[in-house]
Design a protein around this ligand. Structure first.
Ligand code: PMP
Length: 420
């Protein structure tokens, strides 16, 4: 049924064996917890397998030290591991090398880094930045506010009724005054997989740059920055089996070279006098202060874990589960599903059950141990366009099973019948 041994992988995630249902105040103590957990909130954050937890605890137990600063053994070991984590990310996404990989806190910080370091310098009245209506607030709010500060116009590519980008509209909006096109690769609400390469071609034809928000794509499918021909790309470690507190910004080397730092301080300088300072080489120029060392090492371990499964097989597994969930939810009746059909989307399904508020639905599902997300998923303007304040979203990862999708669908049926 599956392309890999899902049960064997699940054994690396003790949290998946948890039971829920007790008082959250007694979390971890097991009191009242008697319902098996069905975790379908992976687009918000994924779980962390034992090899990643081990890599992080091994760092703290055996070579915890600050990086780049000491010549003592532990500092050298930590520096090598932290720097090599950049190489692992570069390899994973097809970047030329560690110069093109800046570690950030998350996707949001990577987006802000470019908006501040590049946008504040390069944008002005008469320029425009092109986003899409399905952008996450991480990109939407950031460019909106940078637009206000610089006087640049911020434009939005329409989303069609099928939940796809209107590429004719994109070609109209992207013009000679466009400086940046910033579009989400896989929508965290609609599941749409956007044609980033096609957009990159349109953007580059107009001498604009393109930034792909890859928070939902890098964890779930093969992503190659050279194939996509993007100038910037960002993602978060916590959505791909890594820890929180670490994400990455890919940037083309010549662009990062030209950009001024976003944060100033230790570690990012080469020479400092009372009058002036010069900057460290890439990528360290953009990593001021003590970085998230353990988290960077954890991210590298997560990448190793994912590569062992194979990103193409993870993508196929997600297709299987999302397609099945889409069909089963649709077959229930009384369920509105957002975004493109099941076989043409990333591994998530956002929906509403007619007559049931998404928060009530999520709360009833929680009683069945089924963890989903309810809300606007940080895409409020898109929800406005969809004509709803909130939606429920089930999102899958390689450790989810068809039986878990069945548990979701059964619980949604119960909820629907309860409110009927
Ligand atoms: N973009 C997309 C498409 C996302 O799904 C998310 C996370 N929900 C983000 C950006 C922001 O990620 P983070 O909160 O890790 O910065």
């Amino acid at each position: 049924q599956y392309l890999f041994d899902v049960e064997a992988l699940r054994a690396d995630f003790p949290i998946l064996d948890r039971k829920v249902g007790g008082d959250p105040e007694t979390a971890g103590e097991g009191e009242g917890d008697d319902t098996p957990l069905v975790y379908l909130d992976n687009a918000a954050t994924s779980h962390t397998p034992d090899p990643v937890v081990d890599a992080i605890s091994d760092y703290y137990r055996s070579y915890n030290s600050n990086v780049h600063r000491g010549i003592h053994q532990l500092s050298q070991e930590a520096s090598v591991a932290y720097e090599e984590a950049h190489d692992a990310v570069a390899d994973f996404i097809g970047a030329a090398g560690r110069e093109e990989v800046v570690f950030t806190k998350n996707t949001t910080e990577a987006m802000n880094l470019v908006a501040y370091a590049w946008g504040l310098e390069e944008l002005g009245p008469g320029d425009n930045v092109v986003l899409s209506e399905m952008e996450h607030h991480a990109s939407l709010v950031t460019w909106q506010q940078i637009g206000k500060r610089t006087g640049a116009d911020v434009r939005f590519i329409d989303v069609t009724d099928e939940g796809l980008l209107d590429m004719d509209h994109a070609a109209d909006l992207i013009d000679d005054d466009t400086e940046m096109v910033s579009v989400v690769h896989v929508s965290n609400t609609l599941g749409t997989v956007n044609p980033i390469r096609e957009l990159a071609d349109v953007a580059h034809d107009r001498d604009a740059l393109i930034f792909a928000d890859a928070a939902q794509s890098v964890p779930t499918r093969p992503v190659d920055v050279a194939e996509l021909d993007v100038d910037f790309l960002a993602f978060s470690g916590h959505k791909m089996c890594g820890p929180t507190g670490i994400g990455a910004l890919y940037g083309r080397e010549e662009l990062l070279d030209e950009m001024q730092p976003y944060l100033y301080g230790g570690d990012m300088i080469r020479r400092v006098s009372f009058e002036d300072s010069t900057w460290e080489d890439l990528p360290w120029k953009f990593e001021a202060g003590t970085p998230s060392i353990a988290q960077g090492i954890g991210l590298a371990a997560a990448i190793e874990y994912l590569e062992e499964i194979g990103m193409d097989r993870i993508e196929a597994h997600e297709d299987l589960l999302a397609g099945y969930a889409y069909d089963e939810l649709e077959a229930l009746g009384g369920v509105d599903i957002y975004g493109p059909p099941g076989d043409d989307r990333g591994g998530l399904v956002a929906f509403n059950v007619e007559g049931v508020h998404a928060h009530d639905l999520s709360s009833i599902l929680n009683d069945y141990g089924v963890a989903i997300r309810a809300g606007d998923h940080c895409t409020q303007p898109l929800h406005d366009e969809m004509g709803v304040a909130a939606s429920a979203r089930a999102s899958f990862y390689f450790y989810n099973t068809v039986e878990e999708v069945d548990a979701l669908v059964d619980a949604v049926r119960e909820a629907r019948d309860l409110f009927a």
